[in-house]
Design a protein around this ligand. Structure first.
Ligand code: NAD
Length: 266
């Protein structure tokens, strides 16, 4: 299976190059960056510190995808939507880890997924996806008696807040408790904002240094508290998850899938 990576020079880019090289049955045939990026023309292998691979970084997704079966995209929602358009035109599959999509942008992704197989997941790690499953179970057992609060920590270069993973965690709990996440998520508490409502889910973000990503969901009851936490120590497991998604996509019909599908947890 021939794989191209977009966002190749980014924090995830080098890890993805390494993960594709390590994976069975995958071959890296393309690496793409934004026009004007200083690494255009550099060999992709040098970004992952594995030596030259004969795969120069280009700024042309359309021509690069002509020699690829699947695109791994770790960029940003507006870029991902343009990439989806090109992949849909060429009938190519896509695995995207980009985060920060608005509900309207998510709906646009869904439209492209009517034409091609798409995996979109705000967190590709097996551990976080196991947490999604655990959260569903915890919410089922604890019901409305426990207040739910979510805290996430990331590095100081992260552009979107709260993280796509924290939002997904909030959605999983809301869906299980029969609430509408967009109605109950509370991102701001300041001044005399009143008592907490029973339904709300507090969302707090911390940004600093080089934190790869940490998420904790608190279920807070009277006299007891449950915390479900995930801490990422490196970016490699996100990259390994993306590669696993590529392998899983082979032979799949057009549709929108996530890591729960890839891991058989849905
Ligand atoms: P980054 O800023 O280090 O890298 C993004 C790269 O995309 C940059 O090199 C940038 O130049 C490139 N880019 C921007 N516009 C482009 C364009 N038009 N064409 C081609 N390339 C373009 O960011 P990062 O930390 O690598 O994260 C990238 C994305 O992945 C973010 O949305 C982040 O939240 C997400 N992420 C997801 C997961 C997951 O498991 N799903 C894990 C980590 C990060």
């Amino acid at each position: 299976m021939k794989v191209a990576i977009v966002g190749a020079a980014g924090r995830m880019g080098g890890r993805l190059i390494q993960a594709v090289l390590d994976a069975q049955g995958l071959e890296l045939t393309g690496a793409i960056e934004r026009p004007g990026h200083p690494q255009i023309g550099t060999d992709a292998g040098l970004l992952a510190a594995v030596g030259e691979l004969g795969v120069p970084i280009t700024d042309n997704l359309a021509t690069t995808m002509a020699n690829a079966d699947v695109l791994i995209d770790f960029t940003f929602p507006d870029v991902t939507l343009k990439n989806l358009e090109i992949c849909a035109k060429q009938g190519k599959m896509i695995v995207s880890g980009s985060t920060g999509f608005t509900p309207e942008q998510k709906a646009q992704v869904g439209k492209f997924a009517e034409q091609i197989p798409v995996v979109l997941a705000p967190n590709m790690s097996v551990g976080v996806n196991a947490c999604f499953k655990l959260l569903k179970e915890a919410a089922k057992i604890l019901g409305d008696d426990f207040d739910v609060e979510i805290v996430e920590l990331h590095h100081n270069k992260k552009k979107d807040s709260p993280s796509g993973t924290a939002v997904r965690m909030g959605e999983v709990v809301s869906e299980t408790l029969g609430r509408d996440y967009n109605q109950v998520a509370n991102y701001h508490r300041e001044g005399m904002c009143g008592e907490r409502t029973k339904e709300e889910i507090g969302m707090q973000t911390v940004r600093g240094g080089d934190i790869v990503g940490e998420h904790t969901v608190y279920f807070i009851g009277m006299g007891e508290r449950i915390e479900i936490s995930h801490r990422a120590m490196s970016r490699d497991m996100f990259a390994r998850g993306a590669v696993r998604a590529c392998q899983w996509l082979q032979g799949k019909d057009a549709g929108l899938y996530d890591m729960q599908d890839v891991l058989g947890l849905s």
